[in-house]
Write a protein that binds this ligand. Structure first.
Ligand code: PAF
Length: 267
């Protein structure tokens, strides 16, 4: 496994892969890797010759009051996990590799960014679109894989890739869940004690909404909000259906932790 710790090191690694006529399947991450990420890497391996991964906690997608400083970081642990899934190249960029002229010049996310997350984290998708665009330019992948857990993010990236006319195939990887349906997330590391049991209510509420008939959805959403509050969620940012995506999506706060999840409508 090649570890590139700067843009220069990355460029020579990618040049060598391309010179060998191999395709690159890329999984961008912010580290704190769990089985959900490893699943995305296996998916990338089924689509390309070499799997590449970046680990970079991107400052431009965090607002000043958010968890950038406390976001879980464990590069050594991450590298050990990456060895187990046959990753060929890991990129650990420095901030001067990603933002050599500071953070003023950005990519603006498109229509998919409207509403939902943007109503609560208005800075978020421009930050994601900017860093993913830069990572794409640097990694030059043929395929890139993103988790469906961040469903709106996946739509924003697909839209950006199309708008920029990039010849990169964007693939969504199904959300990995624990035995009781809790979506795996790096932020689950913030949950402690009874919060984990409460967090598991999220996927049950999503399933309730996803599986009822259209005319029962509004009542099921209202009921779902009540269930979340009863389970100890402090604030529900949204629990809503996005018909264009055929999905029900949720974002809610458990203490200081904001969790998101979504499910395909199946009624
Ligand atoms: O989903 C994430 O981990 C991040 O938003 C991403 C896509 C790596 C961009 O920083």
């Amino acid at each position: 496994m090649i570890i590139a710790r700067s843009l220069e090191e990355l460029q020579s690694a990618v040049d060598a892969i391309k010179a060998g006529g191999k395709t690159v399947g890329f999984v961008p991450t912010m580290g704190a890797l769990h089985d959900g990420h490893l699943g995305l890497m296996k998916l990338a391996a089924s689509k390309a010759d070499v799997v590449s991964v970046s680990i970079y906690v991107n400052p431009t997608q965090f607002a000043p009051n958010e968890d950038f400083d406390s976001y879980p970081r464990d590069v050594d642990g991450d590298l050990a996990k990456l060895q187990t899934v046959g990753v060929g190249l890991v990129y650990l960029p420095r901030t001067e590799d990603m933002y050599p002229n500071g953070t003023e010049i950005t990519v603006k996310a498109g229509r998919a960014a409207q509403g939902l997350e943007s109503d609560f984290r208005p800075h978020f998708f421009d930050g994601v679109a900017t860093v993913v665009h830069r990572l794409f330019m640097q990694m030059r992948p043929d395929v890139a894989v993103f988790g469906e857990k961040d469903y709106q993010q996946l739509q924003v990236i697909k839209e950006m890739t199309e708008a920029e006319n990039l010849t990169i195939e964007i693939i969504g990887g199904e959300t990995a869940r624990d035995a009781e349906g809790l979506a795996l997330s790096s932020r689950n590391a913030y949950l402690f004690g009874t919060e984990i049991a409460s967090a598991r209510i999220l996927n049950r509420v999503l399933r309730d909404v996803a599986t009822v008939n259209e005319n029962e959805r509004a009542a099921t959403i209202e009921n779902g909000i009540r269930k979340l509050k009863d389970a100890g969620f402090d604030k529900i940012d949204y629990l809503t259906i996005k018909p264009e995506w055929d999905r029900v999506l949720v974002a809610a706060w458990l203490g200081k932790t904001r969790l998101i999840d979504n499910m395909a409508l199946s009624a």
